[in-house]
Write a protein that binds this ligand. Structure first.
Ligand SMILES: CC(C)(COP(=O)(O)OP(=O)(O)OC[C@H]1O[C@@H](n2cnc3c(N)ncnc32)[C@H](O)[C@@H]1OP(=O)(O)O)[C@@H](O)C(=O)NCCC(=O)NCCS
Length: 159
């Protein structure tokens, strides 16, 4: 990750900013893969209010600059990666990978053996590069998604 960036817990005071980042991220990435209705439903799930609700029952982290500008957000619950959204001005700079590795390390630390996620169609290759395998298709009001899994490194009990 670039010098000067750090990973921190999401704070409700940044919910408006994070909600706007997620909206931009979805609009920049989903349009060739999803209908306008599916995109609107997904964006509505990440209103500032809903983000604060989500943060009450899952781990939510941000990547931010020294000046506290948020560039990416990611969340996980139990063994599931719930979402990763990078500011589209910063796509392709390793922020998504850094957030994914961080969430996986939290899961390993908590004793989970594998990670699971619902990949949007546009991000399948990103997750494949990170070692995730196709498990099955999933369909809901957000449109089609791909359930993917990856085995996590296990803690060494007998060094
Ligand atoms: C998908 C996403 C999280 C990736 O984050 P990122 O910071 O842009 O990705 P990285 O720079 O860490 O890329 C890691 C690798 O994945 C590849 N990659 C990233 N996004 C990709 C994409 N959409 N399609 C194909 N490859 C992709 C990169 O080329 C890179 O490959 P390399 O290691 O061979 O160089 C980000 O593009 C994003 O926020 N997309 C929109 C929101 C979204 O769909 N999130 C996932 C839903 S859960």
């Amino acid at each position: 990750m670039e010098f000067g960036l750090s990973i921190a817990r999401f704070e409700p005071s940044s919910s408006d900013h994070c909600s706007a980042l997620i909206r931009r991220s979805i609009l920049a990435s989903h349009q060739s893969f999803y209908s306008e209705t599916e995109i609107s439903v997904l964006i509505a799930e990440y209103s500032a209010e809903k983000l604060v609700q989500k943060a009450s029952n899952r781990l939510v982290f941000v990547i931010r600059t020294e000046e506290k500008q948020i560039l990416a957000i990611g969340s996980a619950k139990d063994h599931k990666i719930k979402a990763i959204y990078v500011d589209p001005n910063h796509f392709g700079k390793g922020l998504g990978s850094a957030m994914l590795a961080f969430l996986e390390s939290q899961m390993s630390r908590d004793g989970h053996i594998f990670a699971e996620l619902f990949s949007s169609l546009n991000s399948e290759q990103f997750y494949r590069r990170a070692g995730y395998d196709f498990i099955r298709w999933h369909n809901d009001t957000n449109g089609p998604a791909i359930v993917m899994q990856k085995k996590l490194p296990t803690k060494c009990l007998n060094p």
